[in-house]
Design a binder for this molecule. Sequence first.
Ligand SMILES: Cc1cc2nc3c(=O)[nH]c(=O)nc-3n(C[C@H](O)[C@H](O)[C@H](O)COP(=O)(O)O)c2cc1C
Length: 185
Amino acid sequence: MNITIVTGSNHKASTSTQLAKYAERLLKHKGHDVKFFDLYHTPLPFYCPDDSSADHAGVAELKNSMLLADGIVLATPEYHGGISGVLKNTLDHLGQQHFSGKPVLSVSSAGGAVGVSSLQQMQAIVRNLHGINCPEWLSIGGSQRQRFQLEQTGYEGGHEIEDRIHWVLNSFLQLTQLVQRERVS
Ligand SMILES: Cc1cc2nc3c(=O)[nH]c(=O)nc-3n(C[C@H](O)[C@H](O)[C@H](O)COP(=O)(O)O)c2cc1C
């Protein structure tokens, strides 16, 4: 299946982006075609209703991969109890044609124990775009983020996070496959 991952951090060493990269590796290992769209490496212009930014290469690339996607993963740092500005700006460039009827998995990284506020905000936006929120979501918080730091050495938190990521991704893939079969039949 085609899966598009969008990472909404403007931070080089972002743990939410590293978590999404871990998910990307697992999805590719399972044979899926993954398009990874990192907003740190491909910043988008501010959305402007007067100008569709159709000639912006990054906007065009993102829209194309979202149209092709069977399932979508959105990742964000939790900022002030919400999603990042760069992710919200990116979602403003998109519309129902990119999300309608597609399963979406929300992922976050937070300084607190878990980034539930940003996850809820993402799910509210997905609902407005007529996407299908995956019943599972994924968040790392507090010291769990050490596992996804770029220079991480000797994380001692065990395999709990990895186990959860595997489980949540399987649930997301099952839903995406079910929906895809319905679409094709
Ligand atoms: C501007 C700003 C606002 C933040 N607000 C929150 C917050 O409301 N709740 C929280 O748990 N952590 C908050 N944090 C901490 C980040 O969520 C945390 O550092 C997270 O790991 C960042 O994700 P990243 O590693 O992908 O950049 C905030 C950090 C910044 C820079």
